[in-house]
Design a protein around this ligand. Structure first.
Ligand SMILES: Cc1cc2nc3c(=O)[nH]c(=O)nc-3n(C[C@H](O)[C@H](O)[C@H](O)COP(=O)(O)OP(=O)(O)OC[C@H]3O[C@@H](n4cnc5c(N)ncnc54)[C@H](O)[C@@H]3O)c2cc1C
Length: 375
């Protein structure tokens, strides 16, 4: 009998648990550990902030969902990992103390390094929790004049919700007849192709931003936020009256000091999603050290690969399932300028870029289907 432990109940953890439950026979034990028993479908948080859905529409109870799939769920905080003795240490939750494993899948997501931006917590809204999105939604209701600034801090690596928020805000202000009074600015720490590494996607996105009179300010590496202003490390500053920022990302806390991470704390993995330098350990999702943005569909694909390889190892075969790193996303403009982009990140093939109302609809249907299937 093998004992497989999965840490983190986000996209990566849930898919790894489900895939393993399908592939392993009943004598093997699968356990999912996460700090909260609530799964949150992050890509819908922009719509939540704009009142297009309710918290219950975009979250579900992991304990119940895992019970149906023969996976043991433990709510708890992973404090430490001990690769030599193949144990993890849990603090405050269902279990206090150590849990052993034969195989470990790390799906702990990214850490929000808000401490790197002075004033972030005090003065910026964010879209990284249900509560954060609802609070930002309340601020939007009370916002009637001035300048809205939306953007990423250096190393945030999550451009989609920034553009979607700017488009949703522009549309809402048009509906309220307030668009002329309000300036909307997107700030980005980078200068390249609006962060998608593709000229066609950048051109399509620039045209949509222009249509909505949304300014784009590249090379804007924020390091300080005050009540009224954003200040960069290269000496620029702009004022804001409404602010939504994504903070810098780093690798997760429990793997610090294990010798398996890069400079930013992301876990080093190979094509099979095996952690480099550790036995019986895999990692998937935002916590791994692959290039480009951090996205849910990547976490899902990586989790399927890791689960397939763990199942092979348990059956005494070599891992053969291979991950291919690609970016597939929809930037929902709310109408005909919605952009679909598909691009391989490990090859030089040109990206596939499509535009149209269909993609906005397709994203909604996909999200609803995903939530229904996995809840
Ligand atoms: C507003 C927003 C919009 C987005 N839009 C898109 C989109 O359109 N398309 C797309 O593909 N992606 C999108 N993403 C990105 C996507 O949500 C992430 O890439 C995805 O959630 C990563 O999944 P993960 O499983 O790696 O990590 P997470 O979903 O972050 O899950 C990590 C889990 O680990 C748990 N955890 C962490 N540390 C511990 C600990 N010490 N102990 C116990 N548990 C712990 C967390 O509580 C969490 O449950 C968006 C994200 C946001 C925030």
């Amino acid at each position: 009998m093998a004992n497989v432990l999965i840490l983190g109940g986000g996209f990566g953890g849930v898919i790894a648990a489900e895939s393993l439950a399908r592939q392993l026979s009943k004598e093997h034990q699968i356990t999912l550990v996460s700090r909260s028993s609530k799964f949150i479908f992050y890509p819908e948080l922009v719509r939540l902030a704009f009142g297009k859905c309710e918290p219950d529409d975009i979250s579900f109870d992991l304990r119940e969902a895992m019970l149906d799939r023969r996976v043991r769920f433990i709510e708890g905080e992973v404090a430490r990992i001990k690769p030599r003795s193949r144990k993890i240490v849990l603090a405050h939750g269902d279990v206090d103390g150590e849990l052993p494993y034969d195989y470990l899948i790390l799906a702990l997501g990214r850490r929000l390094a808000t401490e790197r931006i002075t004033g972030f917590y005090e003065h910026s809204h964010n879209l990284l929790t249900l509560e954060g999105a609802l609070k930002f939604g309340d601020a939007i209701k009370d916002f009637h004049e001035g300048r809205a600034v939306i953007g990423q801090c250096p190393d945030a690596r999550l451009p989609v919700p920034v553009y979607e928020t700017a488009f949703a805000l522009a549309r809402l202000l048009e509906e309220r007849g307030e668009r002329e009074r309000i300036r909307i600015t997107i700030v980005s720490p980078d200068s390249d192709d609006l962060q998608f590494g593709d000229g066609d996607a950048a051109r399509a996105l620039h045209a949509s931003l222009d249509k909505h009179q949304i300014e784009y300010l590249p090379d804007f590496p924020i390091n300080t936020v005050t009540r009224e202003a954003l200040i960069t490390s290269n000496g620029h500053a702009i004022n804001h009256s409404l602010l939504m920022l994504l903070p810098p990302f780093r690798g997760p806390g429990p793997v610090i000091g294990l010798g398996i991470t890069d400079n930013e704390g992301y876990i080093g993995v190979d094509w099979a999603m095996r952690v480099q330098g550790a036995e019986g350990m895999y990692a998937v999702g935002d916590c791994v050290n692959f290039s480009g943005p951090k996205m849910g569909h990547m976490a899902v694909h990586q989790a399927e690969v890791a689960a397939a390889n763990v199942a092979l190892e348990i059956a005494d075969f070599d891992p053969v399932s291979a991950y291919v790193h690609e970016m597939m996303l929809v930037i929902d403009e709310g109408g005909g300028d919605t952009i679909y982009l598909h691009k391989g990140l490990w090859d030089d093939e040109p990206a596939i870029v499509r535009q149209g109302r269909f993609w906005s609809w397709a994203k909604r249907i996909h999200d609803k289907y995903w939530l229904t299937k996995h809840s």
